[in-house]
Design a binder for this molecule. Structure first.
Ligand code: HEC
Length: 201
């Protein structure tokens, strides 16, 4: 009996002490309106690493956010500078770019899948330019791969792999660039599938 009373008193003491500390911590911020008061785990406010917008005396210009050194590129980045987003770049790509992937059922199946996701809303499943967005009249002027003509000259059926790749990468007029959605390798799979559609297959 005596033991349990003692235990209860001890609990009360811990509880009261806790309340007192919490009270003090809460109201310690009140004396000065600009003070943040007592801060728990200060390191969580000021991380050891530099924030990008923080001054930094380790660099000549005193900034933390530095530009990457010249002529470096991120891992996995494929350069496409030799075929710029110009009529000349498009023509050059059309002449020199060759699909590096073998034409097989796996690549074609993946190309078809990507085409269905990214292109068919405008171009239609068969590439006839009658996608859903065209049917509900949200979009127009989508040329059929088999019978249409390219706004850059020639028939759609004659577009080479490089021209299709260039178009996916940069877009053309009302068609946006798909470079951020489709990786370079996947673009070639889509090209492969578009070339099948050109033949009406
Ligand atoms: C938002 C609708 C839209 C989407 C999505 C779209 N396109 Fe297009 N595409 C167009 C339009 C419109 C044109 C005609 C643009 C022009 O020449 O003025 C076009 C033109 C083209 C051309 C012909 C380019 C040329 O040289 O004349 C190709 C090839 C093509 N698209 C492939 C694709 C592929 C592959 C995808 C999917 C990765 C795709 N498009 C997604 C609307 C779209």
């Amino acid at each position: 009996m005596k033991g349990s009373t003692l235990a209860m008193n001890k609990n009360k003491f811990v509880y009261t002490a806790f309340l007192a500390i919490a009270f003090a911590a809460t109201f310690s911020a009140c004396k000065d309106k600009r003070s943040t008061g007592l801060e728990y785990a200060r390191n969580m406010y000021d991380p050891i690493a530099y924030n990008p917008d923080q001054p930094n005396k380790n660099f000549k210009d005193g900034k933390t956010a530095q530009l990457p050194p010249a002529h470096t590129k991120p891992v996995g980045f494929t350069e496409y500078d030799e075929y710029p987003n110009t009529k000349e770049g498009y023509e050059a790509a059309g002449v020199s770019m060759v699909n590096p992937l073998p034409v097989d059922t796996v690549n074609l199946a993946q190309g078809k899948h990507l085409f269905t996701v990214f292109c068919s809303p405008c171009h239609g499943d068969k590439g006839d330019g009658q996608g859903h967005l065209v049917k509900i009249e949200k979009f127009s002027g989508v040329p059929a791969y088999q019978t249409g003509s390219s706004s850059r000259g020639g028939n759609m059926v004659d577009l080479t792999a490089g021209k299709i790749y260039h178009t996916i990468t940069y877009g053309v007029n009302n068609m946006g660039s798909h470079a951020s959605q489709i990786s370079p390798t996947d673009r070639w799979k889509v090209v492969m599938y578009v070339q099948q559609l050109q033949k009406g297959q």
